[in-house]
Design a protein around this ligand. Structure first.
Ligand code: BES
Ligand code: ZN
Length: 457
């Protein structure tokens, strides 16, 4: 496709400036102060689709708007649905950013900004590839429907009913998502499994108000002590979650998959260096890749309570709290996990403390079959974009809506990641390699051609 490839090569600067424009909008979905910026980001995406020549709708929800766009149907070719998100995670801690999170800045071939890789940069590759087709061939070789939402980072609560209520409108043969990573720099990957999640907030209340820890300490339960006890009761030293029944539905790793993971050139030393630790640690009996990709895990995401100011204060605090989550694997059910957790908490709660458990977002884990013509088409397209064929991996992150999409639309899912494990997603100094941005656009442009050859279902 020389004409298309030339167009991509000639428009690199323009594509980058599009990306920087979108990155400058602080679309932080977790923080209600940014509601108008989410609207602005959604409108930016909608305007981009309009300029390309697609029909566009902004779908209002009780949360942030969903941007829906589509190109015309193409007889004899399959229909693709591209999913992505324009919302981002909070950028804190702010003082650890080298350049401000919403002032996209280039250093060493990367663009640094919150959302650079997750997911504005990756999502845009599928928009710009459509633009390239429209500019060079005046049409796309297959129908593309786009669902770009603003609530992925907070659990996609309002997208799920939109999918369930619009099955016909969203009917497609395959869903394409770029919101994952390569296996290593220059070694692209197709992800065939993601983890699910069950996220909780726990509040612990003790005495009516803060007390003198000398006068009252040791005679009543301390909410901070109690919280530490409860949180640590959830996992043992071997990394096994201690909630009864937690592992009952876990899809075990089979020996074929374990061999396949072990055959990947994973550099454990490099992994430790990248994140600055001297040792790995996790569930006994499993390798680092197995723990990261295919075993359920438990992490405390935030914890508070007691005196945090300068100096010392001998206080027995009245309350404490934590946010924590389990990453789930197929076939664990987030609802069942929540019920079992409630029972466990009741059993381990120290006397005199009251617990309030709030269930936040939940989504099941996901695995997809590697045997599909769409997978082979994606592998060919990636080879053309990256100059190297992809490896097949699972990942530990979650994209809450994937299971809902695959179930309601009955479509295959292609998770094609252009990011890197060291892109600092959800951390300070998030980045995206501009080389990978352009490789992603090229892979995507070729993907439309490769998929169009498969024929409609
Ligand atoms: N892009 C990630 C998902 C991801 C992360 C896939 C790492 C593969 C590897 C996505 O935007 C994300 O971060 N999702 C959240 C979902 C949660 C808030 C429900 C996540 O995984 O924490
Ligand atoms: Zn994402």
């Amino acid at each position: 496709m020389p004409q298309l490839d030339d167009f991509l090569a000639e428009h690199k600067d323009r594509f980058e400036s599009d990306l920087f424009d979108l990155l400058a909008i602080p679309s932080i979905s977790a923080d209600s102060d940014y509601k108008s910026d989410l609207l602005r980001a959604g409108q930016w995406v909608a305007e981009k689709f309009r300029r390309i020549g697609l029909s566009v709708e902004m779908v209002e929800t009780a949360g942030h708007p969903i941007v829906y766009a589509e190109s015309p149907p193409v007889e004899g070719a399959p229909t693709v649905l591209v999913y992505g998100h324009y919302d981002v995670q909070p950028p804190d801690p702010l003082d650890e950013w080298i350049s401000p999170p919403f002032e996209p800045t280039c250093r060493d071939g990367n663009v640094y900004a919150r959302g650079a890789t997750d997911d504005k940069g990756q999502m845009l590759t599928h928009v710009l590839s459509a633009e390239a087709w429209m500019e060079t061939a005046e049409s796309l070789p297959l129908q593309i429907k786009y669902v770009i939402e603003g609530e992925e980072e907070v659990g996609s609560e309002h997208l799920a009913p939109f999918i369930a209520e619009n099955k016909e409108k969203l009917a497609c043969d395959v869903v394409v998502i770029s919101d994952t990573s390569q296996f290593a720099p220059g070694q692209p990957a197709i992800t065939y499994g993601l983890k699910g999640i069950a996220y909780f907030e726990l509040r612990v209340q003790g005495p009516r108000q803060d007390l003198h820890s000398g006068t009252f300490g040791g005679a009543v339960s301390n909410p901070c002590n109690g919280l530490a006890h409860i949180l640590s009761s959830l996992v043992d030293e071997e990394g096994r979650v201690q909630i009864p029944g937690f592992y009952d539905d876990v899809l075990p790793l089979d020996s074929r998959e374990r061999r396949q993971f072990a055959g990947l050139p994973f550099d454990e030393r490099g992994f430790m260096e990248q994140i600055g630790v001297e040792a790995v640690h996790g569930e006994a009996g499993y390798s680092t890749l197995e723990r990261r990709w295919a075993r359920p895990t438990y992490d405390v995401n935030g914890i508070w309570g007691g005196y945090q100011g300068e100096g010392e204060k001998t206080v027995l605090p009245a309350k404490a709290g934590a946010k924590f989550s389990f990453r789930l694997v197929p076939d664990q059910d987030p609802k069942k996990i929540a019920e079992a957790l409630r029972e466990h908490l009741t059993a381990v709660c120290p006397p005199g403390l009251e617990l309030e458990l709030e269930e936040r977002h939940g989504a099941p884990g996901f695995v997809v079959s590697l045997d599909s013509p769409f997978m082979s088409a994606a592998a060919l397209a990636i080879e053309q974009g990256f100059g190297r064929s992809p490896v097949f991996i699972r990942e530990g992150g979650s994209i809450p809506i994937v299971t809902c999409m695959s179930e309601h639309l009955g479509a295959d899912v292609l998770l094609l990641g252009w990011g890197l494990d060291d892109d600092n997603t959800h951390s300070p100094n998030e980045k995206f390699s501009l080389t990978d941005f352009h490789r992603g656009i090229k892979s995507s442009a070729h993907l439309w051609r490769e998929l169009s050859r498969i024929g409609a279902s």
